[in-house]
Design a protein. Sequence first.
Length: 214
Amino acid sequence: MALGLSAPRDWSRAATAYVLVLGALTTASSWGAWQWLEHHPEWAATGHGHGHGHGDDQGHTDSDALMAQVVSRSIDVRMDDTMRFTPSQIKVQAGETIRFVVHNAGKAEHEMVLGQDEAIREHAQAMKRDAAQGQAHGADHPHGTGAAITVAAGQTGELVVTFPKAATLQMACLIPGHYEAGMRGSLTVGPPSAGAAASPVSAPEADAHKNHRH
């Protein structure tokens, strides 16, 4: 190339310009790469960035991260064989996450189910029909509300529920015969207090009996 550039030919000028431009581009790109690597040292070490969604050596992903749920306060609820809840009326505020500590002081199994009045009544009727047909009420019985707990005789259980919006809910035991005997109460969710942010978690709402199984 040196001999070609020294020769008195027209193309030598074009070649000289080409070499100068190529050299300038190479210098600029090298400087840009160096600046980028200074601001992204992880690429210099591994050859790629660790963004969200990558798994670790054990195959764990960001979706496995633990989710914390902050409880606003605890409320004790007593159930017994008089077919009553104590207290039978509970008031909470929208945005609260409540831990219900449910004591069964009776000698029979009881449950506490939270849901809309109509859905609770429909479910109680379905439970009654199933009992008449010999269907058993199992401990894993789903109520379709997302907020229910069954407690064995003499035992204590905990149920954590988040209430994002104002509502009037019913509290009931849907074990056949218990609801009809008056084992029910009310739970009123009032508007949020000043400065309290409502939680994005859905409030317990009872669906129809479509998901009912034994």
